[in-house]
Design a protein around this ligand. Structure first.
Ligand SMILES: *[C@@H]1O[C@H](CO)[C@@H](O)[C@H](O)[C@H]1NC(C)=O
Ligand SMILES: *[C@@H]1O[C@H](CO)[C@@H](O)[C@H](O)[C@H]1NC(C)=O
Ligand SMILES: *[C@@H]1O[C@H](CO)[C@@H](O)[C@H](O)[C@H]1NC(C)=O
Ligand SMILES: *[C@@H]1O[C@H](CO)[C@@H](O)[C@H](O)[C@H]1NC(C)=O
Ligand SMILES: *[C@@H]1O[C@H](CO)[C@@H](O)[C@H](O)[C@H]1NC(C)=O
Ligand SMILES: *[C@@H]1O[C@H](CO)[C@@H](O)[C@H](O)[C@H]1NC(C)=O
Length: 252
């Protein structure tokens, strides 16, 4: 009896915690989007991988990772322009396949241009609730930093209040949170302006990422994700790149 119980638990617990098939759906603006359009290019390709650009995935092969982020989007325009309905249909499809469906939500870059943080916050709350109604698991992500420096080598940060709002909503709604804003500022300040700018989509575009940038920040998100769900997710380790990121070493 004891033996059976122990054996049963040892079979069931890993099955529940580690081997549930997982899907990822990404929601956000151009700093998540896959860079197919101009003024786009975020961390999504480095996280999901892209056969188009030959970017390796941070995930175990075969893990669905569907990037529904769109350039230029605010939380409001994402809904009004129909992109949110595409995300919802995608989430519904993954849940229907019996998959644990994690949904990252990252906004702020465009929301900050049109309204105070609370406006984005209310829209994030609605998104979180709709994801849960479909059986998905929302994961809030604070905005990837812009790589604009002041003369002291510090990031000129305008996104802070929108990152803080995202953190607040994650607390109110009890969601997982990836503080990409803080982690990306720390890393960019450690490596400094020139190595940071080498990750730009074009030399003067401090917002979007080239392929090297998406590899670096896709790994940063993968590691933040793994830290938030320790040992539960099909994330492939990349110790040398993680070492560079956590030790402030430029990889490119
Ligand atoms: C971006 O996603 C679209 C839609 O899934 C896909 O057609 C395109 O090939 C992707 N581009 C890159 C660079 O991965
Ligand atoms: C949030 O959504 C509302 C519509 O529900 C919209 O009016 C508002 O502009 C949105 N806020 C942002 C920052 O996009
Ligand atoms: C999104 O779907 C809902 C429900 O089907 C619908 O009412 C709404 O008009 C759709 N939004 C857009 C922008 O198409
Ligand atoms: C994920 O976290 C677990 C537990 O902390 C750790 O053992 C594992 O090496 C991490 N995996 C990756 C891909 O970093
Ligand atoms: C880590 O950084 C070193 C020094 O810049 C570089 O040679 C190496 O390729 C980087 N490793 C990875 C995995 O990016
Ligand atoms: C990415 O880094 C590699 C190795 O340093 C370099 O050869 C390549 O030009 C870089 N790509 C871009 C788009 O900057």
């Amino acid at each position: 009896m004891m033996f059976k119980l122990t054996l049963g638990l040892s079979l069931i617990l890993p099955a529940l915690c580690q081997t549930l098939p997982t899907s990822f759906v990404l929601v956000g603006d151009s700093t998540t989007a896959n860079g197919t359009e101009p003024n786009s290019g975020g961390w999504g390709n480095g996280f999901c991988g892209s056969t188009v650009t030959g970017t390796p995935s941070s995930l175990v092969p075969g893990t669905p990772c569907i990037n529904t982020a769109h350039n230029g989007a605010t939380t409001g325009s994402f809904v009004a322009d129909g992109f949110w309905n595409i995300s919802l249909a995608t989430i519904q499809g993954e849940v229907a396949k019996g998959r644990r469906t994690l949904v990252t939500i990252q906004f702020g870059h465009n929301d900050m241009k049109i309204a105070p943080p609370e406006s984005m916050g209310a829209n994030l709350t609605a998104m979180v609730q709709q994801i849960r109604e479909l059986g998905g698991e929302p994961v809030l992500v604070t905005s990837l930093t812009r790589r604009t420096f002041d003369s002291d080598g510090k990031i000129q940060d305008a996104l802070g209040p929108w990152a803080d709002e995202t953190i607040l909503i994650s607390q109110q709604q009890n969601t997982h949170l990836l503080d990409l804003h803080a982690a990306s500022i720390t890393y960019c300040e450690e490596i400094g302006p020139d190595p940071s700018h080498r990750l730009n989509r074009t030399p003067d575009d401090n917002t979007h990422l080239n392929n090297n940038g998406t590899i670096v920040f896709g790994r940063m998100v993968a590691d933040l994700m793994n830290a938030s769900f320790p040992g539960q997710l099909p994330i492939i380790p990349n110790p040398p790149l993680t070492f560079n990121i956590t030790h402030g070493i430029p990889s490119f």
